[in-house]
Design a protein. Structure first.
Length: 339
């Protein structure tokens, strides 16, 4: 019974979870979700898919996904793209889906310095079935019981439809990058209760880092030797949405074709309650056919604990099409994290 109450306490904020954006551990492998300015950033054509399963040890599921495609139009120094994202919480059968069109413009600031400005317009659908929801006022923690029946106070299905707007800037050179993005500028409605009139708060994000090139190695394919890229990168991603804020800091080591990474997620402070959430480990590989795979696991260090939550699993897959005319690839590769 106590495990059920624990889940209900977790599920209560999740019934309004769609008032906060889903967070991905491999956010650089989910670039358009991180910052619209990343659209077209490869200078080529890219396809990608991300999937996240959170707290698998609980009786109910919290899953999220994104799929995207983008292309750089060299003639106009512009990137165009499309993204589809969604999330679902099984207990209340709450789900949100978003489909967006993206555009960015690439401005050359110097020989090896660039600035991207990106925009995304989206259509958002939010749905919930409240016949299983237990309100906080129905929980009697002292006796360990639920008062009344799930769904009391709610009737039928609820559906919300709205449009939204996101924007962002991205600067980079050979070693450094820095980006800023703002999501939900139109403040779409998120309340299923008409009298509330709650709007989704704007999410602000700052991301950046540095890439340190190391001495290359050799890859022997029995016929010839090719340079093996080796690099070490450090990065951060700070997010603030409404009253919530969070900081991700980490490092990635790229030993071609293998990527190893570790992240810390939280915002510890002695002036308020600590927000230690996860330690994230990552492994990724880039195949010769330009297909890239990444897997990460979130080890929970919050009060919820690893035992009850089971952490989180995340998978990313993406493919970048090669250029038919190598002479046109005069832009430097972004120094950002790969995952």
């Amino acid at each position: 019974m106590m495990k059920r109450l624990l889940f209900l306490l977790l599920a209560l904020p999740m019934t309004s979870v769609w008032g906060q954006d889903v967070q991905y551990s491999q956010f650089y492998a989910n670039p358009l979700y991180l910052n619209p300015a990343f659209v077209g950033s490869t200078g080529l054509t890219r396809l990608g898919v991300n999937f996240r399963s959170q707290w698998p040890s609980l009786d109910q599921s919290f899953i999220a996904y994104t799929a995207y495609a983008d292309h750089f139009v060299e003639k106009y120094n512009s990137g165009i793209g499309m993204s589809v994202s969604g999330a679902r919480e099984s207990y209340t059968q709450s789900q949100v889906h978003e489909i967006g069109l993206l555009y960015s413009y690439r401005l050359r600031l110097g020989e090896r310095r660039f600035l991207h400005a990106g925009f995304q317009g989206s259509f958002v659908a939010r749905d919930a079935l409240f016949d299983q929801v237990v309100l906080g006022t129905q929980l009697d923690i002292d006796r360990g019981v639920i008062l009344g029946s799930p769904g009391d106070g709610f009737e039928g299905d609820s559906r919300l439809r709205d449009v939204d707007l996101h924007t962002g800037l991205l600067y980079y050179d050979d070693k450094f990058w820095f980006g800023i993005s703002a999501f939900h500028l139109l403040g779409p409605e998120i309340s299923y209760l008409e009298m509330d009139g709650n709007k989704l708060p704007i999410k602000y994000s700052l991301q950046g880092g540095v890439k340190l090139d190391m001495a290359p190695g050799d890859i022997n394919d029995y016929f010839n030797n090719t340079d093996q890229e080796r690099s070490l990168s450090f990065a951060f991603n700070y997010k603030k949405q409404g009253q919530f804020s969070q900081l991700d800091i980490g490092t990635e080591f790229y030993f071609e074709p293998l990527v190893l990474g570790i992240w810390y997620r939280g915002l510890p402070t002695k002036y308020s309650l600590p927000n230690n959430e996860s330690i994230i480990s990552l492994i990724g590989v880039r195949l010769d056919n330009r297909m890239e795979f990444g897997y990460s696991f979130d080890f929970s260090i919050s009060k919820l604990g690893q035992k009850y939550s089971g952490g989180a699993h995340e998978i990313s897959i993406r493919y970048v099409f090669s250029s038919k005319d190598p002479s046109k690839k005069y832009y430097p590769e972004l120094p950002t994290f790969r995952y």
